[in-house]
Design a protein around this ligand. Structure first.
Ligand code: PMV
Length: 361
């Protein structure tokens, strides 16, 4: 597959008058079966499954112009941001063999998130997928300028989004995505994610994700360091086996609409992710006291009302509350009356399952 995209790479002279601007909005995603542990070039140790979100997005615009040499500037929310820019520049230079035309372009990238700064929401999946969509769109314009129209290929977008930031591979697809090779899903790969849209019960397409902001602080361990800690973790082999079993059972539950199994696996995966961090060396406790209080409230509420809501966690203290749309009124009331008091500044983000990247320009 790599060679296919290598063979397709646009070679030759960029026309002197080639200039313009492309813009894409791309969402974050929340994993149900978690990717935690990697090898080689951003390859996952186990497959993962996620919901594509709708409200937590990054909007990126890339202005391009023919130049003598590669030029690059990155602005985040109106201000030049060399630290984040360096990450994208490194990605472009590492993979320039796929995009040799960048050496004849001056690029100015402007990016912003649709969710608040201090919400503790990881933005690498949305930002890297938004950037890759812009890059492929730019490549498409260039090809067109040479009279060679090409389609925007989401598998290719997922492949390069993965190389930029693992979980970003899953953000380019509608509704739900599976990333990582598994025997229980034909056509699944470690190199890029695939859409699960046609293999899920309609109820999952209506899912809400209310993100309860327990703390807006940035993470105390980067995901790069976290993945690295899995290398010496004595529970790693058992974890990878369990993740594969959870993938198999979750795929079946997603197809049939079995919410009990969905809840069971989703909560167990969230707690396993945190358990792995707690028993890494050095160890990290990323939950806060209010994370546990919220989990307890959710489980009590579920037992009392039989409403099929459940939680998942990312690598941080915030709680993602997942439930079908037909329960939204009752769950919203529960959030307002009970859960919001555990949130920093009573703050939560009302998100839901969404449709992947959108072209802005
Ligand atoms: O994509 P990364 O390298 O930031 O890793 C993401 C890891 C988790 O968010 C914790 C889990 C996942 O599968 O998204």
């Amino acid at each position: 597959m790599q060679n296919k995209w290598l063979n397709e790479a646009f070679q030759g002279e960029v026309p002197n008058d080639f200039q313009g601007k492309v813009g894409w909005q791309s969402p974050s995603n929340i994993a149900l079966v978690k990717y935690w542990g990697k090898h080689g070039k951003q390859l996952p140790q186990n497959p993962s499954i996620s919901f594509t979100l709708s409200e937590c997005c990054t909007e990126t615009f890339v202005q391009y112009e023919k130049a003598e040499h590669f030029g690059f500037q990155f602005f985040f929310e109106g201000k030049e941001n060399p630290a984040f820019g360096a990450k994208i520049e490194k990605f472009l230079l590492d993979y320039q063999v796929f995009f040799p035309f960048i050496n004849q372009l001056d690029l100015k990238v402007e990016s912003r998130n649709t969710f608040p700064h201090s919400s503790g929401i990881a933005s690498s999946a949305s930002s890297m997928s938004a950037f890759v969509m812009c890059l492929l769109d730019l490549e498409r314009s260039l090809s067109l300028s040479k009279g060679r129209p090409i389609e925007l290929d989401l598998q290719k977008a997922s492949y390069f989004a993965r190389l930029a930031s693992g979980s970003a591979a899953r953000s380019v697809f509608h509704k739900m995505a599976l990333w990582g090779a598994t025997d229980c899903y034909e056509g699944s790969f470690d190199e890029y994610a695939v859409s699960l849209e046609n293999d899920i019960h309609p109820i999952f397409k209506t899912y809400r994700d209310s993100i309860l902001i327990v703390s807006g602080e940035t993470k105390s361990v980067s995901s790069r360091a976290g993945h690295g800690l899995m290398n010496g973790n004595p529970y790693a082999p058992a974890r990878y086996a369990k993740a594969n079993e959870n993938i198999k059972n979750l795929l079946t539950a997603l197809k049939s609409g079995d919410l009990d199994t969905f809840i069971n696996i989703t909560e167990s995966e969230a707690l396993q992710l945190h358990a792995l961090m707690m028993c890494s060396n050095p160890s990290f406790i990323l939950m806060k006291p209010n994370t546990l209080k919220i989990i307890e409230e959710i489980r009590n509420f579920r037992n009392e009302t039989k409403i099929p809501l459940c939680f998942t966690l990312d690598a941080g203290p915030n709680v993602h509350l997942l439930y079908p749309k037909n329960e939204a009124d009752k769950v919203d009331e529960f959030i307002r009356n009970v859960l919001s008091s555990y949130c920093a500044g009573n703050h939560w983000i009302a998100d839901r399952v969404g449709d992947g990247p959108k072209k802005m320009l």
